[in-house]
Design a binder for this molecule. Sequence first.
Ligand code: IPM
Ligand code: MG
Length: 386
Amino acid sequence: MENSIKIAMEKFEKLLRNQLERVERINAEKEFVDYEKLDKLIIGVVGGDGIGPAITKEAHRILEFLLEDKVKAGKVEFKVIDGLTIENRVACGKAIPDDVLCELKKCHVILKGPTTTPRAGDEWPNIESANVAMRKELDLFANVRPVRVPEKGIDWTFYRENTEGSYALGSDGVHVTDDLAMDFCVATTEGCERIARAAFEYAKKTGKKRVTAVTKANVVKTTDGKFLNICQEVAKDYPGIELDDWYIDIMTAKLVDEKRRTQFEVLVLPNLYGDILTDEAAEFQGGVGTAGSANIGKKYAMFEAIHGSAPRMVKEGRDKYADPCSIIRAGVMLLDHIGESDKARKLEEALDICMFKEKKLVMTGRDTGATGEEFANYIMETIKSL
Ligand code: IPM
Ligand code: MG
C-alpha cells in the first residue's frame, strides 16, 4: 500500500506542476487576436470522423459562397485539414495527431466536424476525446452555446468553461490501488475569471441584464466555491447587470419550469455542468442536432456541431443523408466571430426559412429525405433570394 501511495503522489505532483504551468500560459496570453489587423484570415476546415466529412463539406461550401469576395481579394483563405479521424488518432495513440495539431495552429479559426469519443469497452482504445484535447491544446476556454425558442420566450446563451473543471484531468485520474480510483477537478483564478468576464462582456454588449452562475458550490466547496466567488468579484465591474447564483440540480429542474426559465439570459458555468445543461437546453430547441457551438480562446477559435459522429450512418451508407444544419449553425457563429455579422444574419435567416418555415426539402437521415448537398444548395438558393 505504501508503494501505491508513493506512485500516486508522484503522479499527482506531475499534474500539479502541469497545471501551474498552464496558469502561467494563461497569464501570458492577455489579449484577443484582432482579426481586422490580419493581412489574411485563415479558416481551417476539419471533417473529423463518421458523418463529419460529409456535413462539414456542405458547411464549407456555404461559407466559401458567402465569403467569395474576401477569398478573391486574398483576405480569407480556407485550408482543409485531413487526418483527424479515429483510425489515425488510434494509430498514433494521440487525441490529435501531431501533424494535424501543427496544421490547426496555422489557422485563426476552425470549422470542425464531429469526432468519435472512445470509451471503455468500445472497439477503439480509450484515448482522450479529440474535442476535449483541441479545447485544451488551443486554450479555447469559452464554449458558447446559444439556445433560442422565440415562441416560448427562451433566449439563453450559455458560457461553459471549456478547459478546466472535471475535464482538465479527465484522462489523468489515478487508480491508486485496485480499490481506490480518484479523478480531479481543477479551478484556477485565471480560468474562472476569463470565463466570467466573457459572459459579462457578452451581457453588456447585447444589453442583457442578468448573468446566472450555475455551480454546486454548497457541496463541491473548493473548486465550485472558487468559480462562484470569482463570478461575484467580476460582477462588481458590471453595474447594471445582476448576478444570480443557482445550483446545478435545481437549475436542471428550472429549465423545464415554463414561468421561471424565460428569466434566464446569460448562464456561466463550470465545464461538466455546462456539458449537461446545454444538452438539456438544446432539447427545447429541437435537439442537439439543431445547435451550434463556439469554442473561443484568445488566439484561436473553433466552431462545431454539438452532435456526435454517427458512425452507424456511415456503415449503412447513409452519410450523404446526414443533416448538415448543426454545423451550418456553427458557421453562423464563425461568421459573427470574424466580424461578418451581415453574412451571419443572412445565413441564419436562410436556415430558419429552410428548416422551419418553407421546408421545401426535409432531412430524414435516409433516402426518404434530401441529401446534405441538396439541402446546402437549397440554403444557398435561399440566401440569393433574400
Ligand atoms: C460536447 C460533447 C463533448 C463534451 C464530448 C464529445 C467529449 O458532449 O461538446 O458537449 O463532453 O464536451
Ligand atoms: Mg456534451
